[in-house]
Write a protein that binds this ligand. Sequence first.
Ligand code: C2E
Ligand code: MG
Ligand code: MG
Ligand code: MG
Length: 291
Amino acid sequence: YHAKQKGNHYLFFNDGMNEQAVKRLQIENLMRFGLKEDHFVVYYQPKMDIKSGALVGMEALVRFITPKKGIIPPNVFIPIAEETGQIIDIGEVVLDKACRDVKTWIDAGLFDGRVAVNLSAKQFSLPDLTTRIDVILQKNQLPSYFLELEITEGTVMDDPKEAIAIMRSLSARGIHLAMDDFGTGYSSLAYLKQFPLNTLKVDKAFIDDMHSERGRNMVDSIVTIAQNLDLHVVAEGVESADQLTYLEALNCQTIQGYYYSKPLSYEEFTLFLRNHHAQKVVRPKLKVVAN
Ligand code: C2E
Ligand code: MG
Ligand code: MG
Ligand code: MG
């Protein structure tokens, strides 16, 4: 009996492992199919200036929409795509679509800022990265000025010296660079000042902790470091008016989060831009009337 139970336990354990492996393989296959069938869609989340309420940019966020399994979230498929290398093709699709979409908004006179695209570690270390980016920008007739790339600490701390060289070649093209999820990785302050960064994005985990004084002090410290290094600060994952008030008091300029908007589809974001644009046109007129 005992042995049999042990046997069952062993079988069960084995099945569990298989289940996970099967699931990964399933997602890998779905991604291969999805790349062929155009199942990767790009959503956009606005980045707003706290003081003026103006739109300063947007982040492109990939969505994997499968006909059979529905939407598979990035946190599920991105790590697998990183392992299999499929992130390189997926990343190019996202960059291409983001450039195409932002070009239509610029041409329509609805926007003239930057679109931020997440760049994975695998993409970052491609020897022909800059050529690939140039090709996509050219294809979409988008000047590099309109592009920002978000990279994480893990990506640059793998080989910081090499990372600085790659970042310089991107920066020389006028592409802006943001350090994403700042504070969650292992980047050292010694390197932080050497990286040619424009922006530091404070990770949502720190924003979530702002209900406590210690949490607010932490964000204060990060914002101060960024400002001392002449970096622009974006707080990500801002959900409440309280967080907004604290961030404004800490002199953080830009916020991104559900408080303003969730990531939006191309059609939804176009509407968002039209409304935003209309508001901006209307506001000064109202002021004149009030005077
Ligand atoms: P990230 O680059 O840090 O993107 C911000 C994430 O926070 C997004 O999740 C966004 O939807 C979410 N978020 C923003 N504001 C709020 C908020 O107020 N509350 C909550 N609960 N969440 C908020 P998403 O779209 O699920 O993406 C997760 C991660 O997947 C991204 O984190 C990024 O690391 C990765 N990712 C997404 N798209 C791409 C891509 O095209 N390429 C690569 N390499 N990675 C991507
Ligand atoms: Mg990001
Ligand atoms: Mg982030
Ligand atoms: Mg994050």
